[in-house]
Design a binder for this molecule. Structure first.
Ligand SMILES: *Cc1c(COP(=O)(O)O)cnc(C)c1O
Length: 398
């Protein structure tokens, strides 16, 4: 009974933030928003000019805007975040049979991108304050299982080459990226940042996605900015940027006589102009949008202040800046009957038309990836049971 009171108290605190008086519509986890931007005009421009496919001004404008927002030297717009991760991994030399280190608490796409190259995930545990890869555990784990032979890192136990590390900035909270890069550098392993959820998030003023060799953002329908479907790769390495564009554009070139030729097997991964137009309109108001997201997070934090046994996942104030893509609650691990409490909260909210979401299925628990190599994953296993993500559309606070 007391549990039910506790659960209701939590749902009240959520409803106080998300529901305006006299409003009865369903409140979803994260919805696109176009009322604050010129998306309709720009998409109409594509249609009027019949420039709707993979070349056109809006793609260039979109890429330039991403460069500006993230302070990166290069941006390559692509069809989605999964494709971006797969391209980035392939660009740093991930090959068939390799292992790529990644955390198990992320969206399935992170692992799929590895598998699409016939490589396998190698799971390393996370860190409780950011839900990102844990630098201390990573460092110890590599000392235990890895060895370097002729400049190549091998997993001594599986015998496979370890060829990269993917760091994920979960829910837009920055991972401990500087510490992680330091560990990666000790082994000369390239870091790919899965910043799919983290456009606008920063560590000490530097954008998540720009620390590693390459970073990837997603513009899927539920992300902070959407192009319908889409993604972008950023990098400060001009050579890799050229290769990314080439590999994502069927490796197309012109010879001296103006013939179109192709010099390798490649992909068709470029973002269409019409999608870029949709996204560009939102990037124009990106700063305002970030402000709304952060105000929403602040409102939640305020609303949960007086409730015990539950915390809002937050940026570390002195060095981190989060886009608060999905504001997330962490239940106290010492609560009795956690799974009952979590399910009850989610169901009570659903009855009131409010969509909440538990954590993803941990990737090492899925049928496809349950035999992959791993460190001890106790922190991921324990935290995943405590997570509830809250409705986080920026328009909630408008
Ligand atoms: C959304 C997301 C992706 C994949 O992006 P798509 O554009 O949906 O392919 C990858 N990783 C994480 C963490 C994501 O949230």
């Amino acid at each position: 009974m007391t549990n039910i009171i506790f659960c209701n108290e939590i749902v009240d605190a959520i409803e106080n933030v998300v529901r305006k008086p006299n409003q009865s519509n369903d409140i979803l986890l994260h919805e696109p928003y176009f009322k604050d931007n010129k998306a309709l005009d720009y998409v109409k421009d594509c249609i009027d000019k019949a420039w709707v496919s993979t070349s056109g001004d809006w793609v260039t404008k979109f890429e330039n805007k991403i460069k500006k927002i993230t302070s990166s030297q290069n941006a390559i717009a692509i069809t989605n975040g999964t494709v971006g991760l797969r391209l980035a991994l392939s660009l740093v030399g991930v090959n068939k049979g390799d292992e790529v280190i990644m955390p198990p608490l992320t969206f399935i796409a992170t692992a799929n991108a590895i598998a699409h190259l016939n490589a396998t995930p190698h799971f390393v545990d996370i860190e409780k304050d950011t839900l990102g890869l844990n630098p201390e555990i990573l460092s110890k784990h590599l000392k235990n299982v890895a060895e370097k032979r002729n400049g190549v890192v091998f997993n001594k136990i599986s015998g496979k080459k370890i060829s990269a590390i993917i760091v994920v900035h979960v829910f837009g909270i920055p991972a401990k990226i500087n510490q992680l890069i330091k560990v990666a550098d000790e082994w000369d392993l390239p870091v790919i940042e899965d910043a799919a959820e983290a456009l606008g998030s920063k560590v000490k003023g530097k954008d998540c996605g720009t620390f590693g060799t390459l970073g990837v953002y997603s513009f899927n329908g539920n992300k902070i900015v959407t192009t319908g479907g889409g993604g972008v790769i950023v990098t400060n390495d001009n050579i890799l940027a050229k290769k990314a564009k080439h590999l994502s554009t069927t490796a197309k070139m012109e010879d001296d006589n103006g013939n179109i030729i192709h010099d390798q097997i490649a992909w068709n991964d470029r973002m269409p102009n019409i999608n870029a137009a949709l996204g560009f309109a939102q990037l124009e108001v990106f700063n305002e949008r970030l402000k709304l997201k952060r105000l929403l997070a602040k409102n939640y934090i305020e609303s949960f202040k007086s409730i015990k046994n539950i915390n809002v996942l937050q940026e570390e104030k002195s060095s981190e800046f989060s886009n608060y893509w999905l504001v997330t609650l962490i239940l106290d691990k010492d609560l009795n009957d956690i799974s009952f409490i979590r399910n009850t909260i989610i169901n009570l909210a659903k009855d009131r038309g409010i969509q909440l979401r538990p954590c993803w299925q941990l990737i090492h628990k899925t049928e496809m990836y349950n035999k992959c190599f791993r460190s001890n994953l106790d922190i991921s296993e324990s935290l995943s049971k405590l997570i509830i993500s809250l409705p986080s559309s920026p328009q909630i606070v408008i």
